[in-house]
Design a protein around this ligand. Structure first.
Ligand code: SF4
Length: 333
């Protein structure tokens, strides 16, 4: 059963791997953990024991479930579509054995009509898997049981010229700040050097990133954080990503502002509140803050590069960056 997605850049989510544990500052308010706890409370066996609910947050227990009933979901959809693997965990998690990755990549092999976006915060593990010279052989073998079932409609390209690395699959990593960008670039670069198309999700953007050295990318997405505990992102972080993409021929998608929007250039009487919820500069330094009614702001916040960020919710914030919608996407192959 395909899950339709509200995520701007995909049509379906594919969740044969559910459950995770935090690895990064971006995980602090993991939406998937809260959702998993809610779904278990609604009686969904798939999410049993994965997370607990603590107020308005979810906390992973560390259990990871490989959910077989979802494994063949893309094979059952004939219409070409974009699929995100996986929105309820991390396919690069250590608890996902290579034998299961073989089967996931086998399904992607047999679904040439679809484009898959495999996103992880653990690219070094996927690099270890994908750059192993035997990976293609294992995946080729793993297609055999699926290729003999009634779900196979589009032939089996495994073993034919140019089938591996899979042209319909992009491997992505999340990088929310410079530290994570530096940590995850070598592994992502090694995947790209092996012939895979790669992308970055710079969402939630939590700090500035210098993108020099990422020229191998096929796509870059940036966005601010959403949800009750969302942290604001400085507009310059997204502008830097946008401008770097333009200079390097990398498609750029500005996904969302998230919970916070920029009111820096509004006259004081046009701002949604008299006191900013948060003023941050391009280094992430806090120059002011409050609850929207009372608060403080450093007098020289403008001179110090501050952005006056107001909390108005994701819908109100929209997805225009300097008045422009950025919808760059990689070519479908
Ligand atoms: S890697 Fe993803 S799913 Fe796992 S804790 Fe972090 S944000 Fe949540």
């Amino acid at each position: 059963m395909a899950n339709n997605s509200k995520i701007e850049w995909t049509r379906h989510t594919w969740t044969p791997v559910v459950g995770c544990d935090p690895i990064s500052p971006a995980c602090a308010f993991c939406y998937a953990a809260l959702m998993a706890a809610r779904l278990e409370a609604m009686g969904q066996e798939k999410y049993a024991g994965l997370a607990t609910r603590q107020g308005n947050r979810g906390k992973w227990t560390g259990k990871v479930t490989l959910w077989e009933p979802e494994l063949l979901a893309p094979l059952k959809v004939r219409k070409p579509a974009a699929w995100f693997l996986t929105s309820m965990g991390d396919v690069g998690h250590e608890a996902v054995p290579f034998s299961f990755l073989d089967r996931l990549f086998a399904v992607m092999t047999l679904c040439q009509q679809h484009t898959f976006y495999v996103l992880t915060k653990r690219p070094e593990r996927l690099a270890g898997y994908l750059t192993d010279f035997q990976a293609g052989i294992r995946v080729c073998r793993a297609t055999i049981p699926f290729a003999t079932t009634e779900v196979l409609r589009f032939g089996n390209p495994a073993g034919t010229d140019g089938w591996w690395p899979l042209p319909n699959v992009l491997i992505g990593c999340t990088t929310e700040d410079q530290t994570r960008a530096d940590e995850r670039r070598p592994a992502t670069a090694s995947i790209a050097a092996d012939g895979w198309r790669t992308f970055v999700s710079y969402e939630p953007a939590l700090g500035p990133v210098d993108w020099a050295g990422w020229e191998f990318l096929s796509w870059l997405i940036s966005g601010g954080e959403s949800g009750q505990h969302a942290r604001p992102s400085h507009p310059d972080w997204h502008r830097t990503a946008r401008d770097w993409c333009a200079a390097n021929g990398v498609p750029y998608l500005f996904k969302q502002w998230g919970e916070w929007h920029d009111e820096t250039d509004r006259a004081p009487h046009e701002r949604s509140r008299r006191v900013a919820d948060k003023v941050i500069n391009a280094s992430g330094e806090i120059l002011g803050g409050g609850d929207g009614h009372t608060g403080y702001v450093e007098l020289d916040w403008r001179e110090r590069g501050g952005a006056w960020m107001a909390r108005g919710g994701k819908k109100a914030a929209g997805r225009l960056l300097d008045g422009v919608e950025h919808n760059g996407k990689p070519e479908v192959r």
